[in-house]
Write a protein that binds this ligand. Structure first.
Ligand code: NAP
Length: 523
């Protein structure tokens, strides 16, 4: 297999659930998944199922907080160490498998995910509170990551030719690094877990996967896909458990070669610090790929071409999946000349959003992920009420889950906490800009630098935003969420992370090391 023999990469399409056939498929998948709720799952080391410590990790439906989704193990310290040792022992075998064969397994994983698309959607609806379309987009992105990274691996399997010195044969080859610790978040419970895991595996590394404690069942289901796709059971270890306990152990282990993390700034920085400390017996500098939080801004300029389109974009970016996206719009910066008019447009749009259990396809917004998140977001809403002017929302919403009303707070200053701190919920802070210079200054007044968007029809201002808006993913005249694999390589500046550009042509390089070989031609 080589790259040129494959059709070009195309993103997986989203189904329209208004079409009866697709709706029926989702309803059937929800019924199938419901029949499996509450099951106990084992952790896995070298393909062997094991129980963990006496305490279990229980995952509940955030839309219906009494409904148990899955019961999982909490790995012990001994199991954490053994998982890394085992992955280390198997690394030379897996790294020696030709890249083409590793890529072939990844294409197979994409096909299996396609086949099980509705089922994975259903798990996400029930375990993470995604609405049907958000779940569909998550599964589609997971499929895209498999397909795209398989192709990228084929590209690295035939590197660019080197300059050949007279009398020598020169070659560059790419090797895996070793054991990768994979630590994903819960908010793209399938896509990010899959992307991080398969990028590490296809490049020849072995992995220890520590899933998020909020969405371990989705992760356990993905382990079935890896098995079926033919990844050797020794190449991936499934190690649920507390991030603070198991996470620290596997990050610090001397045989860990790299850590691929996506999550909060606080945890990411802790991992960077722990990984930098060399342990006795450690023979390398650990690499850390860390994608962290965001405090993303949309700028609406006085010369925006269509204020209604801008308002719809802001609402979708702020309240899609309850604002629980690293790319979500949490700061809106509006030019003073259109400020009142634009804020007035947002209120009815936010109030028209339907909210309730994610399982009901008529609900646009579902719950936030759990009790802790609910408390944090409600606390920020109270802070926001004291910092700005409440336009709409501002409270918990009715229902049996962790529902919070879409909340808009206007007249927020750049020094306010809700302007500066990541809330990770359905809360939008609106700030008035004196002019375009001020808007750019406000947009960049953040420790983060993940996504950003600006709406304007003025080419000079667009050019300035391209040059000055300091974010890893900039969008012009469209919303700041919804990055697509291959089209919008994703990763942030500043405290948003190491700018790894997931879903882009350079991503795999972070999991590879290049070996340069020069052989003198004899005779
Ligand atoms: P989190 O609390 O930082 O957790 C992320 C992962 O780290 C979880 O698997 C967690 O395990 C684990 N963890 C916790 N403490 C650890 C430690 N000491 N050592 C090692 N691992 C540890 O983040 P989250 O709440 O899951 O996700 C939301 C955050 O992710 C937001 O800040 C969001 O912006 C960010 N995010 C960023 C991107 C991006 O591409 N930049 C994408 C998505 C999300 P437990 O669950 O067991 O605690």
């Amino acid at each position: 297999m080589n790259l040129s023999s494959l059709p070009p990469f195309v993103n997986e399409t989203y189904r329209d659930f208004l079409i009866p056939e697709h709706k029926a498929a989702m309803l059937a998948a929800l019924a199938q998944v419901r029949a499996e709720l509450g099951r106990e799952y084992d952790l896995q080391i070298a393909g062997h199922p094991e129980k963990g410590g006496p305490d279990k990790l229980l995952s509940y439906n955030p839309s219906l907080t009494t409904e148990l989704i899955g019961m999982h193990q909490k790995a012990t310290a001994e199991q954490a160490a053994r998982a890394v040792e085992q992955a280390h022992a198997y690394f030379p075998t897996w790294n020696a498998v030709p890249a083409e064969l590793r890529a072939a397994r990844l294409f197979r994983a994409a096909a299996i995910l396609k086949r099980r698309k509705s089922e994975f959607n259903a798990w996400m609806v029930l375990e993470s509170g995604k609405n049907w379309l958000e779940a569909e987009a998550d599964t589609a992105e997971a499929i895209d990551f498999c397909d795209y990274y398989a192709r990228q691996m084929l590209r690295y399997a035939t590197p660019e030719p080197l300059v050949q010195m007279p009398g020598e044969h020169g070659q560059l080859t790419y090797l895996g690094l070793g054991v990768g610790v994979i630590i994903p978040p819960w908010n793209f419970p399938l896509a990010i877990l899959v992307g991080m895991t398969v990028a590490a595996l296809v490049t020849g590394n072995t992995v220890v996967i520590k899933p998020s404690s909020e969405t371990p069942t989705i992760a356990a289901k993905f382990m079935e896909v890896l098995h079926e796709a033919g990844f050797p059971p020794e190449s991936f270890q499934f190690l649920p458990g507390s991030g603070a306990e198991v996470g620290d152990l596997i990050v610090s282990h001397p045989k860990t070669r790299f850590i691929s993390f996506t999550g909060s700034k606080e945890v990411g920085l802790r991992i960077v610090e722990l990984a930098a400390k060399t342990q006795p017996g450690q023979r390398w500098i650990k690499r850390v790929v860390a994608e962290m939080g965001g405090k993303d801004a949309i700028v609406v300029d006085s010369q925006a071409a269509d204020l209604d389109a801008a308002a719809s974009g802001v609402i979708a970016a702020a309240f899609g999946f309850q604002g629980q996206k690293c790319s979500a719009c949490s700061r809106l910066i509006v030019d003073a000349t259109i400020y009142d008019e634009f804020v007035a447009k947002l209120k009815p749009l936010a109030e028209a959003l339907t909210q309730g259990p994610a399982e009901d396809p008529s609900n646009y917004m579902g719950p936030v992920i759990g009790a802790k998140a609910e408390k944090t977001v409600l606390n920020y809403i109270e802070i926001g009420k004291s910092e700005g002017r409440l336009i709409t929302g501002g409270a918990k919403a009715q229902g049996p889950g962790h529902f919070i009303q879409p909340t808009i707070i206007a007249d927020v200053e750049s020094t306010d906490r809700i302007f500066q701190e990541e809330i990770f919920g359905p809360v939008l802070a609106v700030t008035k800009a004196r002019d375009f210079d001020h808007a750019m200054q406000l947009a960049n007044d953040s420790a983060y630098g993940l996504t950003g968007a600006m709406y304007s029809a003025n080419p000079e201002k667009i050019a300035r935003a391209r040059a000055e808006f300091f974010v890893g993913n900039l969008y012009i005249n469209r919303k700041c969420t919804g990055a697509m694999v291959g089209a919008h390589p994703f990763g942030g500046f500043n405290m948003s992370g190491t700018d790894s550009k997931a879903g882009g042509p350079d991503y795999l390089l972070q999991f590879l090391q290049a070996k340069s070989i020069a052989e003198k031609i004899i005779g």
